[in-house]
Each structure stands twice: as C-alpha cells, then as structure tokens.
Design a protein around this ligand. Structure first.
Ligand SMILES: O=C(O)CCC(=O)C(=O)O
Length: 374
C-alpha cells in the first residue's frame, strides 16, 4: 500500500464553508457518530498532574509524580500537565501565530497546499478514499524532526515570526517529551532510557499538526475530527485556551476536556501501546465543533524513527503474556490513517497488527458513547 500522489476529489477548504446556512452533505456524519450534546456531566476530569520537581532532588516527590502519571496512563491514557517547563508565553505565541496564519487570505495559504504523498503543508482532509465523509477542519502539517525532514521552506513564511516561534516551541516541547518518555519507561519497569532508545534515540520523529476548526452552522451533525487513536508514540496537545472541543472516550462515555490554562494535554499513542505490550493503551478521542467560535489546537506528535521495527519490549513479554503485536515500522503503520482516515482504534486492534499468538482481552468499546464535560 503506497500513498497516492493526489487527493481523489478537488479539495475544499472548510474555512470557506463556515458562513453557509447548512453544511454540505459531505460533512454529515451517520447518526451513530454525531456528537450527542444533551447528556453532559461536569463531575468527571482527566487527571491533572503538576510536573514541578519531577527529576529534582526530592525523591519522594519524584515517586509521587511517577505514580500519578502511572495511574493516569492506566486509567485514562490521557492527562494534563502543568509546570512542565515550556514557557507559557511561548505557548500563547505559538497558538496565536498559527491563528493568524489561518486568517491570511486564501491565496497565501494555498501556496502550501498539501498532497497525500507526505501530508506536509496546508490540508483539509485525512484519508484518500473517494466519497469519504469529511471532518469539519483544516490543518497544517509539518516535520520538526528528524533534521533530515525538517525544511523551513515547507513551513509558512507568513506571519513573519512563525518559523522562529515554531522552531523554539518545537525545541521546548521535544525536551518535555524526553522527560515524559523517561517517566513512562520507569513506570513500565524498563530502564529510564528504554523507550527513547526504542524510538531511535536522537533520531526520533516529531511532527506538528495545527488544527483549525472553523465555526460550523450545524455542529450537531458533524465532527471537527472523527474518533481516532494517535498512530505515533505520544502526543502533546496545546488546546485552544478559550474553546473546548476535545472529547476523550472513557468506556462508553465521551468526556469533553476542559483545558487548564497553559497545560499540555498528553496522550498515549499506538506505538507505546505496542512497545508496552498493551500495558498502556492509546485512547480514542474526537473533536466537536460549535456555531459560535472557531478553535485552534497544536498537536505535537512524538514518534519512533520511521524505519525502525517497533514491537513489544522483550521485558514485557512473558509466557502468560505473549507478544500481542507484530513488529512493524512506523512508516508502514501510518499508511493506514493516511489512506483510510481516522477510524477509532480499528488499526491497532486489527489482525494486520496483532501477533497471531495474541489473545488480546481488550474488546473495542461500543461505537456509541454518552457525553460528559470535564
Ligand atoms: O484539536 C484537538 O483538540 C485534538 C486534535 C487531535 O486529536 C489530533 O490532531 O490528532
């Protein structure tokens, strides 16, 4: 399966549709996938963890933080972190510079129109299946690492500060990802550098997808981003500070995350599910939109080096817990989402990925879930 060179249909920018009275049929989801916005609970939360001092001199504090992260990974696969070391000012700048990019005239943005070959640039769909029902969002996708793939010429030249701000933002977020990888590795009982080494050491991959969700005249009929788990290793999301929209699946409910100011939302991706032999699981999430306000989010994906074989850590494979997944490179793995688009957890649960010996006890949760607001 190779990436096609072009989109199967002419690309329509969702931003150009946001003033219509009704959304085109292409964006109307089947009833089971629509956001059910009438059963909201305010008493559930994804965990919030203060990372201050995580690897400082106070070993009791380190142990407490590690245990909070461990619990969050096991219970939710999602958590928010504060006091994480990334400058709050830089976080605000990064989001605002991208918001300004999406408000540039269309001709400026079209210069960077992407293709499904690499997805780099300005895009409006994930997946290449002709006739697919689309999501209500545009995005910009770029490579931050490895150095070989980073190319400032493929990043927007306007606003004029964008390249510099994103360079600096990426460096700080990569540092934070390194800290979190160490925490996850230790919590799994592996050496503290284990996960980082398994990802390729210095040669890891990192990409940024900036999501732009325009106002939507009929938000009850569509989704900003369909349910999916992240194919990569770990994601650090900088959400919109004003507009909620991210929903995380918790068993049979959807929980709407209310972001804490200047927190990152961290989630486990499929590659860590594979490496941890499903001790940690990636979790489905999706985005709802609204008619009153646009929304901008920055998803920073921390991934294995793309041509390394990723498989369950030998240390986590036991006679009573065989390797649940086959070895596969991330290059091979991500072709699925790149061709089929976001499809819940169907990839990591599919027989293409699972090892024949596996008897995975986790069944995919039912397709419909109720809503909660966090
Ligand atoms: O916009 C969001 O809150 C989530 C984005 C996301 O899930 C993604 O980019 O994969």
């Amino acid at each position: 399966m190779a990436s096609p060179k072009d989109w199967p249909e002419p690309v329509i920018r969702v931003q150009s549709l946001s003033n219509m009275a009704a959304i085109p049929n292409r964006y109307i989801k089947p009833p089971r996938d629509r956001p059910a916005i009438n059963s909201i609970q305010n008493d559930v939360n994804i965990p919030l963890i203060d990372l201050q001092g995580v690897f400082g001199d106070d070993s009791a504090l380190t142990a407490t933080i590690l245990s909070q992260v461990s619990e969050a990974c096991l219970d939710w696969g999602f958590f928010q972190v504060v006091n994480h070391g990334v400058s709050p000012l830089l976080m605000d700048h990064a989001r605002e510079v991208w918001r300004r990019f999406f408000h540039l005239p269309m001709e400026e943005k079209q210069v960077y129109a992407n293709s499904p070959k690499t997805y780099e640039g300005y895009g409006s769909r994930l997946g290449t299946q002709e006739g697919a029902i689309l999501d209500w969002s545009d995005y910009y996708f770029l490579h931050y690492l490895p150095m070989l793939l980073k190319d400032h010429e493929k990043w927007p030249a306007l606003p004029s500060s964008l390249r510099e701000v994103i360079e600096e933002y990426g460096a700080e977020v990569v540092k934070l990802c390194g800290v979190l990888m160490k925490v996850l590795s230790m919590n799994l009982g592996l050496g503290e550098e284990y996960l980082q080494k398994a990802f390729g050491g210095e040669d890891i991959g990192a990409c940024l997808r900036v999501n732009f969700y325009p106002k939507c005249p009929q938000p009850d009929l569509t989704l900003g981003l369909s349910s999916h788990s992240d194919p990569g290793g770990m994601t650090l999301l900088l959400p919109d500070d004003q507009v909620p929209g991210l929903q995380v699946r918790k068993s049979t409910t959807w929980v709407t995350v209310k972001p804490v100011p200047h927190a990152f939302i961290v989630n486990i991706g499929d590659q860590i599910q594979v490496l941890s032999n499903a001790i940690y699981k990636s979790v489905e999430h999706r985005v709802i939109v609204n008619s009153a306000e646009e929304r901008v989010s920055l998803a920073f994906f921390y991934n294995p080096k793309s041509d390394l074989q990723i498989e369950p850590a030998k240390e986590l494979v036991k006679p009573d817990k065989p390797a649940l997944y086959k070895a596969m490179t991330f290059d091979e793995y991500r072709l699925f989402i790149r061709t089929r688009g976001p499809r819940g957890k169907s990839q990591v649960e599919s027989s293409l990925i699972k090892s024949p010996k596996s008897k995975l006890i986790t069944a995919a949760p039912p397709a419909t879930a109720k809503c909660c607001t966090v």
